[in-house]
Design a protein around this ligand. Sequence first.
Ligand SMILES: [Zn+2]
Length: 184
Amino acid sequence: MRIRQVGDPILRQVSEAVSADQIGTKKIVGLIDRMKETLDGIKSISDENGNALSAPQLGHLIRLIVLRIDGEFQVMINPVFKASSSTLFEFEEECFSLYDQRATLERYYEGEVTYLDQTSISRTQMLSGEMAGLVQHEIDHLDGVLFLDRLEQAGREAHSIDELLKDDPKRLQQVRAMMSYMTS
Ligand SMILES: [Zn+2]
């Protein structure tokens, strides 16, 4: 399966930090390439999608995520998110590991993410809105947390795409095409 799906125990484990001497190895570089390819595969089906993925979703328990920001891939190794205010916003959660469900959660609206890039340089980036929500979602994956867990804590419910997209068969078909790519 291209992307690990809910129920897979890998998704529930805490990932390990990447050490400096691992960065740049064939294994890590190959994984990053595979993550980018997977995101491009999703984007080729639906242009607005394919913007964020974590290493555990491809079966590797290491602290690495790939985000597409303004059309460019950004690899974040050992990312840490720190909210810069207590402002929250309603973020629409989508997860390639359980793509037939959707929900909204409160996430921090803005903050900075600190990480190592592919050349081991430490970087800090301010993110807000959608990108801030995505990074919080992906870092959750590194801690074995799925949005379903946070829903339960918040007393909220997920909705199925069949229900949400019942009046939009074209989009439903597109979502199903993405799902079959993720699980093939
Ligand atoms: Zn996810």
